[in-house]
Design a protein around this ligand. Structure first.
Ligand SMILES: Cc1ncc(COP(=O)(O)O)c(C=O)c1O
Length: 367
């Protein structure tokens, strides 16, 4: 039997009837754009995170772009982004016509504090903190730098719904938190979706305008905006899934524990470091090994699917290498991209299956 990297069918099975009923309800009431599910989801998600404002959007990339836009940064501002993240984080900076600078990652696979200190300049106006793989970044140190240098913080939480730092949900520490509800995320809808959250009313109202053609009411266009909406059917699906989210995250943590307990004896394997007082949502279970390619092939032969997040760190990609590779050449993030492998994790796998995967990995390393 194939052990798949991702299989949403098991997750869907338990909630399918509720979801079908929710979709039917919205079809029969013709509530497609706007509507009670959207209003209620925004309310329920902000309550879940314990933050004041939530605005549903079309996807997580829009969420980042709109978050940057609303900060109203000066021309020629510099926005710092970790070198290992999904491309949206960096795209959003360039699509807003600001200067992008990459910062290395450390053993947490999140933004490296030492390199962040080096990269901050007098033009640095914002830092996008990505909580990659569901693993919270070192918010305490980043917030101390924010106080000193007065830059804005956007938390990219596309992979970290429900993750915590010091008992508080991530997304509530910076100026704006952004989320993706892409289907494979821990909280995913049945298509594209995203949102921004903030404690700042002014930022919230402005983002709402940007996402609605520049106004809060139909035919009111006060500023240059666009169309970015989370639709009512997706919001209805997310309301049902949000009720399950903590259970799913806890289960992922139990699976991760099995990986840690079984694989920590293997010297050639390194885990992603977690900072004190944080709870990962384990969107991804990433390990590092010099024998990554061989291990990946071996697991594939044994019918175990794996993935790589990401095969190239952003400064190495065609889009960025011309302007960025030079100053990024010695970054750990480039080295890590050759060593990381994402192991299967999620509701579709039993703890016994995770133990089995560990057994196969142990066999590969012959320990
Ligand atoms: C870290 C990160 N940021 C942003 C995004 C963009 O989200 P979306 O695909 O909903 O646009 C993703 C999606 O994979 C992501 O992983």
């Amino acid at each position: 039997m194939k052990l798949r990297f991702l299989d949403l069918r098991k997750q869907n099975l338990n909630i399918e009837n509720k979801i079908i009923n929710s979709i039917k309800k919205n079809i029969s009431s013709s509530s497609f754009i706007g509507g009670s599910d959207l209003i209620n989801f925004e309310k329920e998600f902000k309550n879940y995170l314990n933050i004041k404002y939530c605005l549903g959007l079309a996807n997580g990339t829009d969420a980042l772009e709109i978050a940057i836009k609303t900060l109203n940064l000066k021309k020629n501002s510099e926005v710092l982004v970790p070198a290992n993240t999904w491309i949206s984080t960096a795209e959003a900076v360039l699509n807003n016509n600001f200067k992008l600078k990459f910062v290395d990652v450390d053993e947490t696979h999140n933004i490296c504090i030492k390199d962040l200190k080096n990269k901050i300049s007098k033009n640095t106006r914002a830092v996008i903190v990505v909580h990659l793989y569901g693993n919270p970044a070192n918010l305490k140190k980043i917030l101390a730098l924010k106080r000193k240098h007065k830059f804005k913080i956007i938390e990219d939480c596309a992979q970290s719904h429900g993750a915590e730092y010091n008992g508080k949900k991530i997304s509530t520490f910076g100026d704006i938190g952004t989320f993706s509800f892409f289907p494979s995320k821990n909280l995913g809808c049945y298509g594209d979706g995203g949102c921004v959250v903030t404690k700042n009313k002014k930022l919230y109202v402005n983002m709402k305008k940007i996402a609605n053609h520049g106004g809060l009411k139909k035919n009111s266009h006060q500023i240059l905006g666009r169309n970015s909406r989370l639709d009512n059917i997706q919001a209805g699906i997310l309301r049902i899934k949000l009720k399950e989210l903590d259970k799913w995250i806890n289960y992922r943590n139990r699976q991760a524990k099995v990986y840690y307990e079984n694989l920590s004896k293997i010297k050639s394997i390194k885990f992603v470091k977690r900072i004190k007082n944080s709870k990962s949502s384990f969107h991804l279970m990433v390990i590092k090994t010099k024998y990554r390619n061989e291990l990946k092939k071996y697991l594939h032969k044994k019918n175990i699917e794996t993935a790589i997040h990401y095969p190239k760190s952003l400064p190495e990609t065609d889009l960025f290498k011309k302007n960025h590779l030079n100053y990024c050449k010695k970054m750990f993030s480039l080295k890590y991209s050759k060593e990381i492998i994402s192991l299967p994790i999620g509701e579709h796998l039993t703890l016994r299956q995770i133990k089995y995967i560990c057994k196969i990995i142990i066999k590969f390393f012959d320990v």
